[in-house]
Design a protein around this ligand. Structure first.
Ligand SMILES: *Cc1c(COP(=O)(O)O)cnc(C)c1O
Length: 328
């Protein structure tokens, strides 16, 4: 269960590209977060009753953690900096309950906004600091029954599922006789890209296939991403290649040219990609497709799921487009 996603061939910008469809791993537990939280599915945690996570109220990781908690019978407390009125209204309005936030509440998650006015958080700058303040309180109350999961699954545990993904990629490469493969995926924290590259190198120690991971930033810049890689994998030779398309993007911001590119890809291939990370990934891929990094190699794009989040992104794009059209 939750393994062996299919690989599909598409033609994009006159080149054959393979897509590893991790969005199809499972209807409820899919994509990149399913890989990162796989560890908690295949190992037993008999003493755990509570999990504590943090991040954004619209994040894919919130939804995946809520599914994981439900499967295991755990109570999830998920902390966020802030819940906007718009996000809250997504839960109350019956037409738009298909968001990460709404579906997580349905799964029984407690989504809790930090009350930054409180004395105990007065020295905190970031959400991570607030979690550090809360940790001892959880441990005092629940002892070893509580498990803390860092934001976005940025932790050692992620290695288990990414080793499995690396094995699937190598198996596919061998079965289809692809011997010079570049796996491309957009990064947030970089956890997926760096562990995937590391595990591919370890599993392919005899080097019978040339396989390399390339990625791009969607959060912060290249120095942020490199620092994230180094936190998880010391050996810089095992870090993925970082590419860009010459533009700087801010995470979660709307870019109409990227939206158009995303639409073009959907129309020409029939594959729906995510609207938060993939538009940047697809733009960087297009930019470099004829460069040595990709030319003459087998390109395998990793579809990392996240499609539930598309509903709210599509609404935001439609509002932006409506405003742009009025101005014209
Ligand atoms: C979380 C996520 C990413 C980023 O993964 P990292 O491991 O943080 O780099 C990319 N795409 C989708 C769809 C995601 O949900």
């Amino acid at each position: 269960m939750f393994t062996n996603s299919p690989t599909q061939s598409i033609t994009l910008w006159d080149k054959q590209i393979f897509v590893k469809r991790d969005d199809l791993l499972d209807t409820h537990f899919s994509g990149n977060k399913a890989r990162k939280f796989y560890h908690f599915l295949v190992n037993d945690f008999p003493h755990i009753k509570y999990i504590v996570g943090s991040g954004s109220a619209q994040a894919n990781s919130l939804y995946s953690l809520s599914v994981l908690a439900k499967i295991n019978g755990w109570q999830l407390d998920y902390y966020v900096s802030h819940i906007s009125e718009q996000v809250k209204s997504q839960y109350t309005s019956s037409t738009a309950s298909q968001t990460n936030y709404a579906k997580s509440l349905e799964n029984g998650a407690n989504v809790l906004a930090i009350d930054w006015q409180r004395q105990q958080f007065s020295d905190c700058e970031h959400l991570d600091d607030a979690i550090e303040v809360l940790k001892p309180q959880y441990i005092e109350r629940y002892g070893d029954k509580v498990l803390f999961v860092p934001e976005g699954g940025r932790c050692e545990f992620a290695k288990t599922g990414l080793k499995q993904l690396a094995a699937e990629v190598l198996e596919w490469s061998k079965a289809t006789k692809q011997n010079d493969v570049v796996v491309f995926l957009p990064s947030g924290t970089g956890t997926t890209a760096v562990y995937l590259n590391q595990q591919l190198a370890l599993l392919n120690a005899s080097n019978d296939i040339k396989v390399q991971v390339a990625t791009c930033c969607t959060v912060g810049d290249e120095s942020y991403l490199t620092a994230q890689f180094s936190q998880l994998v010391d050996d810089v030779h095992l870090h993925p290649i970082i590419l860009n398309d010459g533009n700087k993007y801010h995470f979660g911001k709307l870019y109409l040219p990227l939206y158009q590119l995303w639409q073009e890809v959907q129309q020409s291939t029939g594959v729906e990609f995510d609207l938060l990370y993939d538009p940047i990934g697809l733009s960087v891929l297009k930019h470099h497709l004829n460069n040595p990094i990709f030319a003459d190699k087998t390109v395998l794009y990793l579809h990392q799921g996240g499609l539930i989040g598309n509903q709210s992104m599509l609404k935001r794009y439609q509002r932006k487009l409506a405003k742009t059209n009025v101005r014209k």
